[in-house]
Design a protein around this ligand. Structure first.
Ligand SMILES: Cc1ncc(COP(=O)(O)O)c(C=O)c1O
Length: 391
């Protein structure tokens, strides 16, 4: 079959499966947002806008001011003419936030994950990756020219210890894990991972995209939450979730790591950086997190209320400390039906099914946000009560 025919056949199959079109958002993202074709704004339970900063007036103003000062962008990669003072200030603030000496920004966390794995690995390297790691880590492992790539069972320290003890390439090992696993909402066993990696001289990379600005007393991530701040070799993260909700990513670690990435990471050298406006908005978002403890406090209150309310329903709610509350419903058809029914009640929660999660574990992934008012939470829980009773 030619590629053209293959595309046509696959597109026809997608059409037949009746995949729901992407919702088109027509307002700033917040606790409620306006969507095309809907008269009233929907309560949003599936954005990663954890701190509600995507529509924060300060963040928006900082973004706009930087656009006026620097324009849309400097039309160049960082080393050519793409570095502005805002990029440097953002990197210093990110490093300070996650407790490392330095940070390097990329156009997304996906590219940050690709960059750190592909740059550090060579034929002598063993990469050990948790089986539930995010797709961008999996792709980073694929891109890396490592001598060996091993996927260990989820959070299985014994299996990982065995690899780090016995594998022929154990002397140059990288261990990579999510800090918070995006579909389960659980946390990686970081203190044990730090200990294990230290004992075996392995380099630990933690993708904290769902934890930076969310977990830990000051929102510094899973490392702060679990008492290992500054003890991980590389923290990767996104600017597209709690830290303003725009786009961009980073790798944070030692000054040497930053130097190596700036010199050798292909997505850094051969690609434009985040635009200065986005960098300035993200920088302001970090400032808001630092200055206003009520943001994290609100996120926690909303998380607890949602978790408690959902746990009373006919759903399997996965336990956890993060702002991700997965409600397992089993079959894809039930997940879709519940998603549609919630939509009719004015609540947006996109269902996830195979291949994003294993078959039979389709789920509604509820995400808390400081932007949700008490009224939004009440509305959401009432809707959940009504649709689960009927399903
Ligand atoms: C754990 C994790 N890592 C990386 C990413 C990708 O982030 P970005 O949108 O910045 O590429 C996501 C986004 O869904 C994620 O959940």
């Amino acid at each position: 079959m030619s590629i053209g025919d293959l595309v046509a056949a696959t597109a026809a199959q997608i059409e037949e499966e009746g995949v729901v079109p992407e919702p088109v958002v027509e307002s700033p993202m917040s606790g409620r947002a306006r969507f095309a074709g809907r008269e009233d704004p929907l309560v949003v339970l599936c954005s990663n806008n954890y701190l509600g900063l995507a529509s924060d007036p300060d963040v928006v103003a900082a973004t706009v001011a930087a656009v006026h000062e620097y324009g849309a962008g400097s039309a160049a990669a960082r080393f050519i003419a793409g570095t502005t003072p805002v990029h440097l200030a953002l990197e210093a603030a990110l490093a300070e936030l996650v407790g490392t000496a330095a940070a390097v920004t990329f156009s997304s966390c996906s590219t940050a994950n690709h960059a750190v794995l592909a740059t550090l690995a060579d034929k002598q390297t063993l990469i050990c990756s948790d089986e539930l790691n995010h797709a961008s880590i999996i792709d980073g492992v694929r891109l890396a020219r490592a001598g060996a790539k091993q996927v260990y069972p989820h959070a299985d320290l014994d299996a990982l210890r065995e690899l780090l003890t016995s594998h022929p390439l154990r002397d140059q090992a990288i261990v990579v894990t999510d800090g918070v696993f995006s579909m389960e909402g659980d946390l990686a066993p970081l203190p044990d991972l730090v200990d294990l990696c230290r004992r075996h001289g392995a380099f630990l990379v933690v993708d904290d995209s769902h934890a930076t600005g969310v977990l830990g007393e000051h929102g510094r991530g899973t490392t702060e939450q679990l008492g290992v701040l500054g003890e991980v070799d590389a923290v990767t993260g996104t600017l597209g979730k709690a830290l303003g909700g725009a786009a961009g990513g980073f790798v944070a670690g030692s000054a040497d790591l930053a130097r190596v990435l700036r010199r050798h990471a292909r997505p850094y050298i051969f690609s434009n950086p985040v635009p200065p406006g986005v960098a300035a908005g993200s920088l302001r978002a970090i400032g808001r997190l630092r200055e206003d403890p009520s943001l994290l406090a609100r996120l926690r209150t909303v998380t607890e209320r949602l978790r408690a309310g959902l746990s009373e329903l006919d759903l399997e709610v996965l336990a956890g400390e993060s702002a991700i509350i997965p409600c397992i419903v089993g079959e894809e058809s039930r997940a879709r039906h519940l998603g549609d029914a919630l939509l009719d009640e004015g609540v947006l929660v996109t269902p996830f099914a195979y291949p994003v999660v294993p078959r039979g574990t389709a789920r509604l992934r509820v995400q808390a946000s400081a932007a949700l008012s008490d009224d939004d939470v009440d509305r959401a829980l009432t809707a959940f009560r009504s649709v689960t009773r009927l399903s």
